[in-house]
Ligand binder design. Structure first.
Ligand SMILES: Nc1ncnc2c1ncn2[C@@H]1O[C@H](COP(=O)(O)OP(=O)(O)O)[C@@H](O)[C@H]1O
Ligand SMILES: [Mg+2]
Length: 546
């Protein structure tokens, strides 16, 4: 399956990340260089961001070079690097060059003799199979180019971790050595393998450590996802509950959103016997076709994911662990119970799955990272794997029914509102350890959880355990201000005969920076929508869609 990044008109959102990238470009023009690293799961939209950014850097003194590192050999990587440099140089001079290496060299011969000498040296080293030498010369080229032209380069290396596949001696250390001294070249690297990239940027070579500002590329936030959906489905508006359901199922991942929306719109447009088709039926059909059917694009994608990450030998046992987690067994003891057989290597397997970014560990909880992948593992993979009699039509309907039930459950959840949702979350705590802001915290088993409305859009949830209590203020709609935090921090320490030992602010409409600092000062935890959703997910609930 070949999925291309989007750019130009089809590109949507991502204003914040693009703003950061452009801020760094302005900085390097002024002499301050900050390298960046984008990480996020496959298909989160990293390449799209990078290409869109590439298209928007138009400046005669900056030359951006973009290289996608996708399994080619070192020679073609180097050639693409050099060709891109020459090409983008000519573009920065207002020319429209022809993207062919020899022609680019010819066109640059007069203006860039020194850079071209370096290029010749690299080609010669490559011909003599001196790849390590060629690599160092290649890394040096942007500095030489800067001396010759006064133009600074932005080198973008997409799926950067693949540098390890080139058979070079200590590729990352050498890379680190060069970027340390190249204050005139800005590097932007990206990787779909988050854990691996973080390892590369921190442990493996201390020379890279601290040299990169890491930006996480997640799904679209709720609001962006909503506008994306209404934009995509202009001619057949999607009902609100379906929009919310799709957003929580896809966690705003643009590829999932687009794929589901496209199919949904096709279905909604094709009228049935009695005019327009019922939107819910369209949803169920779309998801069944995409996630269940063997030619469904999402089904194929997840099947590939499994085959790509899990080598054949280990596949079966690792999948069993994944499926068990997907079924809601998020702690080791319940996994052991679920998988019946005692598995001494379970800890090791969990570590392995974690290093592949398929699962996350948080406190005592293990979770499949990707919500839709989890849904597929639970409802498609298991269903197909357990088939006794091979009748896929029956299973197809079974799957459709499962989606139907899930959708109805979600609608019920969604109608609860924020106050009841947080109350439900508090009631689910069972003394588990959860990692919050790098610290493990115990979530108490409350004897009693209450809630009440404090004012128009602020409600209070209080949980009591023995002589102490936790108090949480949820604000919906409007941004949380200093006053809201003062109100929470000033709350009397005695509540119904108990001492308040923990205060939490949940600013669903965002929080002012000063209010956030005030909360920190007063040791109040702040759970924004992202954090709250992470907690809900750990406790096996749906996520809140605003
Ligand atoms: N900003 C965006 N706007 C619209 N669609 C997007 C955007 N980002 C990603 N997509 C969709 O997701 C797909 C994968 O994006 P891509 O950038 O290739 O992801 P990654 O590089 O992270 O694997 C694209 O083909 C497109 O359908
Ligand atoms: Mg990519």
């Amino acid at each position: 399956m070949f999925i291309e990044p989007v750019f130009g008109k089809k590109f949507f959102g991502r204003e914040e990340i693009l703003a950061t990238l452009h801020k760094r470009v302005t900085a390097i023009k002024g002499g301050y260089r900050q390298n960046l690293a984008l990480t996020g799961p496959m298909l989160a939209g990293k390449s799209s961001i990078l290409r869109h950014f590439l298209g928007s850097v138009r400046s005669s003194d900056i030359v951006p070079i973009y290289i996608e590192m996708n399994g080619e050999d070192f020679r073609s990587f180097s050639t693409r690097f050099m060709a891109s440099l020459l090409y983008q140089y000519l573009v920065s001079e207002g020319r429209q060059p022809y993207p062919e290496f020899d022609r680019l060299r010819e066109e640059c011969a007069e203006a860039l003799p020194v850079t071209l000498r370096q290029i010749d040296a690299i080609c010669e080293a490559l011909d003599r199979k001196k790849e390590n030498g060629a690599y160092e010369k290649l890394l040096d080229i942007t500095s030489i180019f800067k001396c010759e032209t006064g133009k600074k380069c932005i080198v973008i290396l997409d799926e950067f971790h693949n540098l390890a596949n080139f058979n070079l001696k200590k590729p990352f250390q050498v890379f680190g050595k060069f970027i340390m001294v190249q204050k005139n070249t800005m590097y932007i690297v990206s990787s779909s393998q988050k854990t691996l990239l973080k390892e590369i940027l921190s442990e493996k070579l201390s020379l890279l450590f601290g040299n990169f500002e890491v930006i996480d590329v997640d799904g679209f936030d709720n609001q962006t996802a909503r506008s994306f959906i209404s934009e995509e489905a202009k001619d057949a508006p999607v009902p609100d509950d379906i929009t919310s359901y799709i957003i929580q199922l896809s966690q705003g991942n643009p590829f999932y959103l687009e794929t589901i929306l496209k199919r949904f719109s096709e279905k909604a447009r094709s009228s049935g016997d009695q005019g327009r088709r019922d939107p819910k039926e369209c949803l169920l059909d779309s998801l069944a076709e995409l996630l269940y059917q063997s030619d469904g694009i999402l089904n194929q994608y997840f099947t590939n994911t499994i085959n790509f990450f899990l080598e054949k030998k280990a596949r079966k046992t690792l999948i069993n662990v994944l499926v068990s987690i997907a079924r809601g067994n998020s702690q080791i003891k319940s996994m052991r119970r679920d998988m019946a057989k005692s598995d001494r290597a379970l800890g090791e397997k969990l570590e392995k799955l974690k290093s592949m970014d398929l699962i996350d560990k948080n406190g005592v909880f293990y979770k499949i990272q990707d919500r839709l992948f989890e849904f597929w593992l639970r409802n498609v993979h298991s269903l197909k794997a357990e088939t006794l009699v091979d009748d896929m039509d029956i299973k197809y309907l079974e799957f459709r029914d499962t989606v139907d039930r899930d959708f109805l459950e979600f609608c019920q959840f969604n109608s609860l509102g924020a106050e009841a949702t947080v109350r439900m979350l508090f009631s689910s705590f069972r003394n588990e350890r959860v990692c919050l802001n790098m610290n493990d915290r115990k979530m108490p088993l409350f004897g009693d959880v209450d809630s009440r409305r404090l004012s128009g859009n602020v409600s209070e949830i209080a949980g009591v355990v023995d002589n102490s209590s936790w108090v949480c203020h949820v604000k919906e709609g409007d941004i949380m201000e200093e006053n809201d935090i003062l109100c929470l921090s000033g709350q009397k320490n005695i509540q119904r005969g108990t001492k308040i030992v923990r205060k939490i602010a949940v600013p669903l409409g965002g929080i002012e920076h000063t209010a956030f600092l005030l909360a920190k000062e007063n040791n109040i935890w702040v759970w924004d929508i992202k954090k709250l959703n992470r907690m809900l997910r750990l406790y096996g609930k749906f996520e809140l869609v605003l």
